[in-house]
Unconditional design. Structure first.
Length: 344
């Protein structure tokens, strides 16, 4: 069970070694608590008075023996005791997949890594609006917008490595999954090269979750048994259009708004029928989520007002969503959710 308590102005005693407790101290301070510290169980004599009767004891599990007696006495006198995880080893980088933009689609591992971070480097597509409540670490925007790179990729890699070498727990928070058009591999390589320990926490990719937000399953029995995820960052070659058209199944395009016109024309030339359904899902899971549905022959015109971030879905699965919508299924629920988000 989880319980939220307003700790502003409350006395909190944090027990545990300095190394293990450093992040708990920061979290409780960020929550507005008045903090006192006990770094070794020997500091509290068995029969001595308890340190200044606190509202809460945050007991960090630092592996030292001897805390149990103190904590037991606290409990006996009616003081709340909260168990806190120790800070992870310092000086490493964690690449975290942030999902498509809502904190609800962060993984449990992502939430733990954010809580444990001394510094978080994030960008625009990560769920950054809620970061303050997920991490008390320093938050650094290295945001990329199409055609606008405030911090270059090599600059980001240098920042990650530098912070980890200075002994900080570094989280690099990325939209979706770090390894799907996220340059995660390059950031891992930069850490490895610098001798910095690095790990990757997979995230919910927009390639699957954003179509789902519009009620579109990327595969569906007897409709599509494969899906291909393509970057539309640069126009495809004629050969690539032919390959894609020849594969069948569902085509999912990320970063495809700028090249939609070329893609639709290319797939038509390569033989995909003009009435192949296409959906453009903009701003998945965010206020203003919008789905535009047309056909391959008409989508360029229909989506003229669409903007990034958006996921394109090309294939018969788009009709599955439309059929479910008609029956008040998941897609209709999502419409209502999107409408309420827009009203919020
Ligand atoms: N690593 C990310 C993709 C990065 S490329 C992932 O796995 O999701 C950036 C592209 O992702 C955008 O141009 C857009 O096509 C897509 N995208 C990410 N979040 C999105 C969202 N909330 N709504 C619509 N498209 C999104």
């Amino acid at each position: 069970m989880q319980l939220s308590i307003d700790l502003s102005g409350r006395e909190v005693l944090i027990t545990g070694s300095d190394a293990a407790a450093r992040q708990a101290v920061r979290r409780y301070r960020a929550a507005g608590a008045i903090i006192s510290r006990l770094s070794a169980p020997a500091g509290a004599r068995e029969d001595g008075p308890l340190p200044e009767r606190p509202f809460l004891v945050a007991a960090v599990d630092d592996g030292q023996p001897g805390w149990d007696t103190l904590l037991e006495r606290c409990r006996e006198t009616g003081i709340l005791v909260a168990a806190e995880p120790p800070a992870g080893p310092a000086g490493h980088v964690t690449l975290v997949g942030g999902g498509p933009g809502t904190p609800e689609l962060l993984t449990v591992a992502a939430v733990a890594a954010l809580r444990d971070a001394d510094v978080v480097f994030y960008d625009r597509l990560a769920p950054h609006q809620e970061l303050c409540s997920l991490s008390s670490g320093e938050l650094v925007d290295v945001g990329k917008r199409p055609g606008h790179h405030p911090v270059s990729q090599s600059g980001i890699e240098e920042l990650l490595v530098e912070a980890a070498l200075a002994g900080r727990n570094v989280v690099r928070l990325k939209g979706g999954d770090p390894y799907v058009f996220g340059r995660g591999g390059e950031e891992v390589a930069a850490c490895v090269q610098a001798g910095v320990p690095v790990r990757v926490i997979s995230g919910v990719t927009s390639a699957i979750s954003v179509p789902a937000a519009a009620g579109i399953p990327v595969t569906h029995r007897e409709v599509s048994h494969l899906f291909t995820v393509v970057s539309g960052h640069a126009p495809l070659t004629e050969k690539e259009h032919e390959h894609l058209a020849g594969l069948g199944g569902t085509i999912v395009v990320l970063m495809g708004i700028g090249t939609l016109h070329q893609l639709a024309a290319g797939l038509r030339r390569a033989g995909l029928p003009a009435d192949t359904p296409v959906a453009v899902v903009e701003r998945g899971y965010r206020p203003g989520q919008r789905t535009t549905i047309a056909e391959l022959g008409t989508i360029a015109r229909a989506a003229a007002g669409c903007s990034s971030p958006a996921v394109l879905v090309i294939g018969e699965v788009v009709r599955v969503a439309e059929a479910n919508r008609g029956h008040g299924g998941a897609a209709a629920d999502l419409d209502r959710l999107a409408a309420s988000l827009m009203g919020a």
